[in-house]
Ligand binder design. Structure first.
Ligand code: AHM
Ligand code: MG
Length: 354
């Protein structure tokens, strides 16, 4: 009997110590700290800026998760039980991120999908941020994943001097960090500082992001294409022919209509996302500065490709704040294949005109 008891005790002790021995994973904070010396300007400010973004995303995540209760608590534009004015979630997300970044002091100017012109934060911060605080917000009402997209640039002008045009209008190649937060079946933060792509999953109980996807790589090939095929009549022939190719190859169509979610799936499984020029939008729908550049930086860091069908996204010189661009992004071989259809059209037009 005594023997059995001591055996049980030894067993339970070993379970306990093995539980303790297994680390629950690396937190985002620790990961940023451990990798701080990889940054070109390793003064700790960029690290703090990433932490500010992570913190604001936790607040937004809480609000996104409450979105289903809006019918009970009052829709946007109405007054809730506490007498506060309810705000649309994308507006609210913009406020949350702007506040967090303004408070931190590392960011001197902010470009956002929600603001007509850039926001001067009136400080001597060394960084400029471009952000889409809540992309795909038309999906909120139907409980579909949505996301935040961000790009970080080093300012060109000296801190303390007025913000200049060239601080704001930098091409994607000059990003020092970029990432997204996906508010999905679980919430994830994925980012790069130019040293690979790392994904962190949010553990709501602990209120922490944990490293779950280190060094993410997108497969060179895939069999999934994501495009709003309902608009196909207004695509040009190159895109129509590429869709035909996808069908002839028995590829799978997957289109959530939420850029971060479509991008994230393709990043993990391989695939291509296309938002091409349409009859309504000659330059496509998506915005270069705060939607496409960040995802282009991430996908290249993961071994994939991003272009406007011909040019590398990261090479495009921005001309206006809310500029649109056609967007082809995903597995390297798939993007290259789609580009050949554009090239064929250009060549045949050249032949016809020549
Ligand atoms: P938004 O910035 O107004 O939310 O629009 C961007 C969204 C993307 O998330 C998504 O990929 C795309 O618009 C879907 O557009 P469409 O409904 O035309 O297919
Ligand atoms: Mg958007």
């Amino acid at each position: 009997m005594d023997m059995q008891r001591s055996l049980n005790k030894a067993y339970s002790t070993s379970i306990e110590s093995s539980r303790i021995a297994h680390s629950i994973g690396m937190t985002l904070d620790r990961f940023i700290k451990n990798n701080q010396n990889q940054f070109q300007y390793a003064s700790g400010e960029l690290s703090q800026l990433l932490r500010d973004i992570a913190l604001a995303s936790k607040v937004v995540n809480r609000e996104v998760n409450k979105a289903g209760l809006i019918d009970i608590m009052g829709a946007a534009g109405t007054t809730n039980l506490g007498g506060d004015q309810q705000q649309k979630l994308d507006v609210l997300a913009n406020i949350r991120f702007t506040r967090a970044l303004a408070k931190g002091g590392e960011v001197c100017a902010l470009v956002s999908e929600e603001s007509e012109s850039f926001v001067d934060l009136n400080n001597s911060g060394k960084y400029v941020i471009a952000i889409d605080p809540l992309d795909g917000s038309s999906n909120i009402d139907v409980n579909v994943s949505i996301g935040t997209i961000f790009s970080i640039y080093r300012r060109k002008s000296a801190p303390g001097t007025p913000i200049r045009q060239d601080d704001i209008m930098q091409k994607g190649l000059e990003q020092v960090a970029a990432g997204y937060i996906l508010y999905g079946s679980s919430t994830m933060l994925v980012y790069t500082t130019g040293h690979g792509v790392h994904g962190f999953t949010y553990e709501t109980g602990l209120g922490e992001y944990f490293l779950s996807h280190p060094d993410m790589q997108i497969p060179d090939d895939g069999r999934t294409y994501s495009i709003n095929e309902g608009l196909a009549n207004s695509f040009d022939d190159a895109v129509k022919n590429y869709i035909g190719f996808c069908k002839d190859s028995s590829y799978t169509a997957r289109y959530i209509g939420s850029l971060v979610a479509d991008f994230h799936r393709n990043l993990l499984k391989g695939g291509i996302y296309i938002y091409p020029a349409t009859a309504k939008n000659a330059m496509g729908k998506l915005r270069l500065i705060y939607e496409c550049n960040a995802l282009a930086f991430l996908v290249e860091q993961a071994g994939g490709k991003a272009s406007d069908g011909q040019r590398r996204i990261l090479d495009i010189e921005p001309e206006s704040l809310h500029q649109r661009t056609p967007f082809y992004v995903g597995s390297k071989n798939m993007v290259e294949k789609a580009e050949t259809f554009n090239q064929l059209t250009i060549d045949s037009n050249g032949l016809q005109n020549g």
